[in-house]
Design a binder for this molecule. Structure first.
Ligand SMILES: [Zn+2]
Length: 75
């Protein structure tokens, strides 16, 4: 599925543990989570942005994609 913002809850399993995907690998970093929540650090920095999942549920493995138009606007 596509999402403009990081989903706070997995729509499939209801888990709150949504990991950010960086370089093709899902990572779960509380500090980075906070920065993203504040809207100061777009994930577009990742070379994989727009081509690979940007978030992944750590419980069921569901993957979420960034909205491509939003990435272009931020750049
Ligand atoms: Zn899930």
């Amino acid at each position: 599925m596509k999402s403009k913002n990081k989903p706070s809850v997995c729509p499939w399993c209801g888990s709150h543990r949504i990991a950010i995907v960086l370089g093709g690998m899902p990572v779960y970093i509380p500090e980075l989570e906070k920065e993203l929540a504040d809207g100061e650090k777009p994930i577009a920095d990742s070379p994989s942005a727009g081509n690979e999942p940007s978030w992944q549920c750590t419980e069921c493995g569901a993957q979420f994609y960034r909205d491509l138009h939003l990435v272009k606007n931020r750049n």
